[in-house]
Design a protein around this ligand. Structure first.
Ligand SMILES: C=C(CC[C@@H](C)[C@H]1CC[C@H]2C3=CC[C@H]4[C@H](C)[C@@H](O)CC[C@]4(C)[C@H]3CC[C@]12C)C(C)C
Ligand SMILES: C[S@@+](CC[C@H](N)C(=O)[O-])C[C@H]1O[C@@H](n2cnc3c(N)ncnc32)[C@H](O)[C@@H]1O
Length: 364
């Protein structure tokens, strides 16, 4: 074979391999966000690396320091930065629902995710004609599933503008834009009138609040008397021991890589709900048996993580993805390790469910 023919053959085969790697292997879970389209939210390309460094130096501090700094008031701005950095990577590698769910034998991750979301809608008895609030809605995976399942009108709030744009685009594409609304705002000071919702839910979102009571008080304010609120909370369980250095490392790793100002203990959640004025109807860790393990989805993906690491490195080298994406991806990889350790040891759960009711008569 002539040299030029060999070179052409190598070039064509190389291009086919790259095409296959980027476009065909693409997303780990849901097609729709491709690696070549990874943006870093509303951060301009040249600022990604700096923003990541600022984020990391803020959240890797001990939780006491985060709470002490401006009394926790800086937290929402850094959470916003976090979601600018991770939203596209989450969509690309996980899907449109940014949460975990118990695994179900014989069911796909997508089905298990949807059933976990529908369970929230059923717990608050959401139905057609109602106006339901999604506290910390992400790009709206749960919102669309709940609107479709219950027939209710869902209003979501997120601090991150980029997520608002993504969620609205997904709502339109799904033909649910008449029943799903998205608002950009802080769930610690919501731009909604008192007693304006028939129900509310939060899925793995209120863990970002520096003080849980602040977000629960806001939810209580906007609910009508008698309305129900369900939350899936990230907490440490009774198995967590502060004197075990491996436990501490796992929990610190989860907090730093997930923009959390400090995980709460499981037993604190109901106390906070009662303190702000809710009646607690039920609370239960949805990760406990007979539920299938939620963390296996993270562990099964080790090979996928390496493929994704190679992809983001190649795309950064080719200047398709902005500088800094590799670091963000690396941080998520580390976080996944801590999360699955937390799940396997049982010291952490991302699905402590609490169901509350706003009393019909305000306590005097
Ligand atoms: C509720 C929160 C987010 C929970 C999860 C949706 C995300 C937590 C960790 C994320 C991921 C970790 C590893 C990534 C992997 C390295 C990459 O190749 C593809 C995406 C990941 C799987 C990513 C996906 C989303 C998570 C599972 C928090 C923030 C309160
Ligand atoms: C892990 S995501 C979960 C999103 C969604 N519940 C889901 O399951 O797909 C957490 C969400 O909480 C939102 N959030 C965090 N802190 C917030 C705040 N102070 N005000 C409003 N939204 C906030 C984030 O922007 C993000 O949308």
């Amino acid at each position: 074979m002539e040299v030029s023919t060999a070179m052409w053959t190598a070039a064509v085969v190389g291009a086919a391999v790259i095409y296959w790697f980027v476009w065909v292997m693409g997303a780990a879970e849901v097609k729709g966000k491709r690696a070549v389209n990874l943006k870093m939210g509303s951060i301009t390309r040249d600022k990604v690396q700096d923003k990541y460094k600022q984020y990391w130096s803020f959240f890797r501090r001990p939780k006491e320091d985060i709470a002490a700094a401006s009394d926790g008031d800086d937290v929402p701005a850094f959470v916003d930065t976090f979601y600018n950095l991770v939203t596209d990577i989450y969509e690309w590698g996980w899907g449109q629902s940014f949460h975990f769910s118990p695994s179900l034998p014989g069911r796909s991750h997508r089905e298990a995710t949807r059933l976990h979301e529908e369970r929230a809608a059923d717990l608050i008895a959401a139905r057609p004609g109602q106006r339901v609030l999604d506290v910390g809605c992400g790009v709206g995976g749960p919102m669309r599933a709940i609107a479709a399942h219950s027939g209710a009108h869902v209003v979501g709030i997120t601090i991150n503008e980029y997520q608002v744009a993504r969620a609205r685009a997904h709502n339109r594409k799904a033909g649910l834009h008449d029943r799903c609304e998205v608002v950009c705002g802080n769930f610690l000071e919501m731009p909604f009138a008192d007693a304006s919702f028939d129900g509310a839910y939060s899925i793995e979102a209120t863990c970002h609040a520096p003080r849980l009571e602040d977000v629960y008080r806001e939810v209580l304010r906007v609910l009508k008397p008698g309305a129900l609120y369900v939350s899936y909370e990230w907490v440490t369980t009774a198995l967590y021991r502060e004197d075990d250095s491996r436990h501490v490392e796992t929990i610190r790793g989860i907090e730093a890589g997930d923009a959390l100002p400090g995980l709460r203990a499981q037993h604190e959640v109901a106390a906070v709900a009662r303190q702000v004025g809710f009646e607690v109807v039920e609370e239960r860790d949805l990760a406990l048996l007979p539920a299938g393990p939620w963390w296996t989805r993270l562990m099964m993906g080790r090979i996928a993580y390496w493929r994704n690491h190679l992809l983001v490195s190649a795309l950064t080298a080719l200047r398709v993805a902005p500088k800094g994406v590799v670091e963000v991806h690396e941080m998520l990889y580390e976080t996944a390790r801590h999360l699955s350790d937390g799940g396997q040891t049982g010291i952490f759960t991302p699905m402590h469910m609490i169901l509350c009711r706003k009393p019909l008569v305000a306590p005097s």
